[in-house]
Design a protein around this ligand. Structure first.
Ligand SMILES: O=C(O)c1ccccc1N[C@@H]1O[C@H](COP(=O)(O)O)[C@@H](O)[C@H]1O
Length: 202
């Protein structure tokens, strides 16, 4: 299972996520207590080893800003929250980055990765980064197809249940591995990865 740890703001956060075995790390470049500047993100990206995907998270920014900030940060992927039509993904394609479409699970019915030309689909709670969970079992009967990640209120204590109910390709967490908003815990990151890997076995 693909695991993304999001909202990292220090080199220690990045090292903890990588050490725990994360497949991707996320940097929030939009309004949030976890926000980092493109320059800060670039310094964090420098600590990300090859093979781990670095993701810049945006919400509703104009595409020219997304383009500029993603390039300045030097990330490998762009995650777009908000109301973006399929043309937005086509327009960003020449960046040569992995494109992640983040949408509220409320709009997930019948969704499929690639519908908007994205490389990865992310199903989140209505308020991204809030730590609020939603009814993952609603996806059980007809989960999206393809490479899709589950997010929204995941934490070490509930990720195994969420994976069993929704059967995602990957999971994404921010609030659930923090000691307080915006402050990551290396121990919780490690525990989250441990629970995911155990759920994969069982
Ligand atoms: O983390 C934020 O503050 C944020 C702000 C704006 C858009 C997305 C944001 N984070 C994304 O939210 C989910 C994780 O949420 P949770 O805290 O685990 O419930 C993840 O996709 C982040 O990239």
């Amino acid at each position: 299972m693909f695991v993304k740890i999001c909202g990292l703001s220090t080199t220690q956060d990045v090292e903890a996520a990588v050490r725990a075995g994360a497949d991707a790390v996320g940097f929030v470049l939009t309004g949030s207590p976890r926000r980092v500047s493109p320059e800060q993100a670039r310094r964090l990206v420098a600590a990300v080893p090859e093979g781990v995907l670095s993701v810049a998270v945006f919400r509703d920014e104009p595409l020219d800003q997304v383009r500029r900030d993603a390039r300045a940060a030097g990330v490998g992927a762009v995650q777009l929250h908000g109301e973006h039509p399929a043309s937005a993904f086509a327009e960003l394609r020449d960046l040569g980055l992995t494109l992640v479409r983040a949408t509220s699970a409320a709009f997930a019915a019948g969704a499929s990765c690639g519908d908007f030309g994205e490389d990865l689909l992310l199903l989140d709670s209505p308020v991204p980064g809030s730590g609020e969970s939603w009814d993952w079992s609603a996806l059980g009967e007809a989960p999206p197809s393809g490479r899709w990640m589950l997010a929204g209120g995941l934490a070490p204590a509930n990720v195994a249940e969420a994976v069993a109910l929704a059967r995602p390709w990957g999971v994404d967490v921010s609030s659930g591995v923090e000691v307080r908003r915006g402050v990551k815990s290396p121990e919780l990151i490690e525990e989250f990865l441990r629970r995911v890997r155990a759920a994969e076995q069982g």
